[in-house]
Design a protein around this ligand. Structure first.
Ligand code: UDP
Length: 192
């Protein structure tokens, strides 16, 4: 996909539908993917923190999680087609995973929040294969990462907020397959 530079972040020019087609293909081919759904806060943070910007440069796909970014891109000759949010992508990914029997690992949020979110997810996606889960307040990222890798999940949802989640994915997704995506406060929203 074509990349469009907005304030130093290279956004992929794709629609929600194109992203889901791509992720479906990646799941079938067991490709390792690092997906970022970047909101304006992430864009601004990356401008102030070059080390975070360099982590984002390693992402396979960055989407515009904010209408402001899409509107901003309209000032360019080559605008982004639409907003592609982390939350929408997460929900559609769960549906695809349930349909295709791909497993999902859930990392992040407080224990109670995570449990409540998982309960709602199991209700909405009863046949979803859950590879495992852990709250986001762990002592050793190394050992959590090892546990995740042992499960060989097809999808790893990392809800640690930025920049932690992208740093975690950058450091620990290497050498594994699966779609790794930072999902910010999504588990809190799903928990209700
Ligand atoms: N979080 C976590 N571990 C941490 C810090 C944050 O699991 O060390 C979780 C927090 O409980 C919340 C999410 O990460 O579920 C962050 O949500 P927030 O809305 O702050 O993130 P954003 O969407 O702004 O990236």
């Amino acid at each position: 996909y074509e990349k469009i530079n907005i304030l130093g972040i290279k956004f992929s020019k794709l629609t929600n539908q194109q992203l889901l087609q791509q992720l479906t293909l990646d799941l079938q081919q067991k490709q390792r993917r690092f997906i970022v759904t970047a909101n304006p806060e992430i864009v601004l943070y990356a401008r102030k923190h070059p080390e975070y910007a360099s982590v984002l440069r390693k992402a396979d796909l960055i989407t515009a999680d904010g209408i402001g970014i899409v509107i901003g891109s309209n000032l360019l000759k080559n605008p982004l087609p639409e907003r592609v949010t982390g939350f929408d992508t997460l929900k559609k990914l769960l549906k695809i995973a349930e349909n295709q029997q791909k497993s999902v690992y859930f990392l992040g949020a407080k224990t109670d929040v995570l449990k409540a979110a998982l309960k709602n997810i199991q209700q909405e996606y009863p046949n979803l294969p859950i590879a495992g889960y852990h709250d986001g307040y762990f002592k050793s990222a190394d050992s959590i990462a090892q546990t995740i890798q042992q499960q060989k999940p097809d999808i790893v949802l990392v809800a640690l907020g930025f920049p932690k989640q992208e740093n975690f994915i950058d450091q620990y997704s290497i050498g594994s397959h699966g779609i790794w995506m930072g999902v910010g406060g999504s588990f809190d929203v799903i928990a209700g």
